[in-house]
Design a binder for this molecule. Structure first.
Ligand SMILES: Cc1cc2nc3c(=O)[nH]c(=O)nc-3n(C[C@H](O)[C@H](O)[C@H](O)COP(=O)(O)OP(=O)(O)OC[C@H]3O[C@@H](n4cnc5c(N)ncnc54)[C@H](O)[C@@H]3O)c2cc1C
Length: 387
């Protein structure tokens, strides 16, 4: 076995890194996972994730965690309303969808990111995750690597796997190819205790999600498990809009005024989102790794998930592909099919790049469609064919 007596270091406890740690431990590998968050109680930010049957859920099944997933997902959070800018509803599947339909390719159950992290963490052997381990640099030593962390600690590992997300500090040791700006920036907000803080939007949302399209701009709203509502307002703009705009993202009034001007013609119903959000808002320029990227494989270092192939969020694929990467990498490393680690990593990376390029192309196309003049009609055509 390629991994016998090898110490594996995974950096990053996102969906990709945690899934990999679990799958490798099921195969008896020696794994440590290094995460910059201070401890397991760190609040995991971001919208809930919908897991897809052929990727995210396939990894959950292989990790023997489907029961835990079923006990913790957010039933009905996958139901959606599609509206125009005036909040007029053109599509709703609230009454049509069954509560759960595991095994169907169209059933994409939602789960809070924090809950998914908890399920995966609890499945790992005690002591696997080294919290407060902010990776800084790598140094070659013997056949492996010394990893240096911000807290001044250093560890040796025979194999290092970068799962440290879109701004990976390990990726530059593998390739200097950089992600490009997609042309779209999303302004994200979160509303705590939304039933009280934003009752209008809360009741309109009805526990699911809203996708609103108008004037080549979008708003996405989604229910979270803890009673919060997350939302994002996305539009085409310059890469440096967040700084160039001069907006103070801690001041909701400034952001609301920006919204009223930029989203002119949008109903005042949406103002409640900005009036009730906890500040600061986060401006997120959306990036994508080049679809034709390639690099030479190494024998002791690889990457997966956003570190390897960040993509726009408009097809809901990023976390799903990251988890499928974990599933595929664990298979390649433990199948007994390859003579060397370098060979196993080379086959994994070639497959991963192909898979990711398909998902990224779809994500870019969706981003284009969703921010075009005909967005509403195109999205209605799509969902009427796929609900
Ligand atoms: C607005 C938005 C909505 C999205 N919606 C969806 C969706 O619905 N479905 C979907 O599948 N995907 C979605 N995505 C994409 C998804 O969030 C990512 O693709 C996914 O989280 C990638 O997983 P990962 O494990 O590769 O990296 P991450 O989730 O980014 O995890 C990286 C981990 O590494 C840690 N880390 C980072 N740097 C270091 C360091 N130097 N040292 C140690 N630890 C470090 C971080 O703290 C983090 O825990 C969305 C993305 C955005 C921006």
């Amino acid at each position: 076995m390629l991994l016998q007596n090898k110490q594996i270091a995974i950096v990053g406890a996102g969906p990709g890194g945690l899934t990999l740690a679990r799958l490798l431990q099921l195969k008896g590998a020696h794994v440590k996972l290094y995460e910059r968050d201070f401890d397991k109680y760190a609040r995991v930010q971001g919208s809930p994730l919908d897991l897809h049957d052929e990727s995210g859920l396939a990894a959950i099944r292989k990790a023997n965690l489907l029961n835990e997933f079923k006990q913790n997902f957010l039933p009905r959070a996958d139901r959606k309303l599609i509206t125009n800018e005036r909040a007029e509803i053109f599509f709703s599947d609230h009454d049509a969808k069954p509560d759960e339909n595991f095994g169907s390719e169209y059933f994409r159950p939602e789960i809070d990111r924090g809950t998914l992290r908890k399920i995966l963490l609890e499945s790992l052997q005690p002591g696997t995750v080294q919290w407060d381990s902010h990776f800084i640099s790598l140094e070659a030593e013997n056949e492996g690597w010394l990893l240096h962390f911000k807290n001044d600690s250093t560890v040796y590992a025979d194999i290092v796997i970068a799962a440290d997300g879109a701004n990976s500090k390990i990726r530059p040791y593998i390739t200097d190819i950089k992600a490009f700006y997609s042309g779209i920036t999303m302004l994200e907000g979160n509303i705590y205790d939304a039933e009280k803080a934003a009752p209008g939007v809360y009741h309109f949302l009805n526990g699911g999600k809203i996708m609103a399209f108008g004037n080549s701009k979008d708003i996405f709203v989604g229910q979270k498990g803890n009673g919060d509502i997350g939302f994002g307002a996305s539009s085409r703009t310059d890469e440096n809009w967040a700084t160039d705009s001069g907006l103070d993202f801690t001041d909701y009034k400034q952001v609301l005024d920006w919204f009223k001007i930029t989203y002119s013609g949008w109903s005042p119903i949406w103002y409640e989102l900005f009036e009730s959000a906890t500040t600061p808002f986060i401006a997120r320029p959306i990036y994508c790794a080049p679809l034709d990227q390639t690099w030479e494989p190494l024998s002791n270092l690889t990457m997966l998930g956003d570190a390897a192939h960040v993509m726009p969020p408009f097809a809901g694929e990023g976390a799903n592909v990251a988890m499928l990467d974990a599933l595929e990498l664990s298979k390649h490393l433990t199948s007994g099919k390859y003579n060397t680690l370098k060979e196993a990593i080379a086959f994994f990376e070639t497959d991963m790049r192909k898979r990711a390029a398909i998902a990224a192309a779809e994500s870019l196309e969706n981003g284009e469609r969703m921010h075009s003049e005909g967005a509403l009609k195109m999205m209605l055509d799509f969902f009427n064919g796929h609900s």
